[in-house]
Design a protein around this ligand. Structure first.
Ligand code: HEC
Length: 153
């Protein structure tokens, strides 16, 4: 009698264990949350607004020109100091936008062709035909400096 009881208990525990594994398997987003940076499950949980961006005091002339262009053309969605704007666009002060994840070319491409929403839920970024490649070069210099000073890379 006691033996049977133990047997049923073990079977019950095994069933619960297998059930839990099956559940995790069917719900991959549960297992993925908080995992690596570019995985689709965890991505939406990463910071989109960065409230602690430190402005750079000693920008070069080239970087200052980039800041002026950024403020006029990009900050409306990407925020002052690229800190992001709630409901409009993501911060660039995040590992996701460091050079090894989004190389400089992605800035040229974004301005020229726009960006189809793929990282966030802000919707698409429209093309910015009013900025040319020379402008983007300055904007990128400014963003990279900001990222560097803020310890992003
Ligand atoms: C009308 C709002 C808006 C403006 C203005 C805007 N952006 Fe964006 N941008 C977005 C949104 C939204 C995304 C995120 C899309 C996504 O990945 O979901 C984005 C993404 C990007 C990306 C990432 C591209 C990628 O490959 O993932 C870059 C780079 C970028 N923007 C650069 C710029 C620059 C430079 C300017 C100014 C010349 C600018 N944006 C102006 C809304 C905007």
């Amino acid at each position: 009698m006691k033996n049977n009881y133990m047997k049923y208990l073990v079977i019950l525990v095994v069933i619960i264990g297998v059930g839990k594994l099956a559940w995790d398997f069917m719900m991959p987003q549960n297992a993925m949350t908080n995992q690596g940076d570019m995985m689709s499950g965890g991505m939406m949980n990463r910071p989109q607004i960065q409230n602690k961006v430190v402005a750079v005091a000693d920008l070069s002339a080239f970087e200052t020109a980039g800041k002026t262009l950024f403020d006029a053309n990009c900050a409306g969605c990407h925020g002052d100091n690229a800190a992001g704007v709630e409901g409009a666009g993501p911060t660039f002060m995040s590992k996701i936008y460091e050079p090894s994840h989004h190389a400089d070319i992605s800035f040229y491409r974004a301005a020229k062709m726009g960006v189809r929403a793929h990282h966030w839920q802000y919707g698409n970024m429209p093309p910015q035909p009013q900025v040319n490649e020379a402008d983007i070069e300055k904007i990128v210099a400014y963003i990279r400096r900001l990222q560097k000073e803020n310890g992003i890379f």
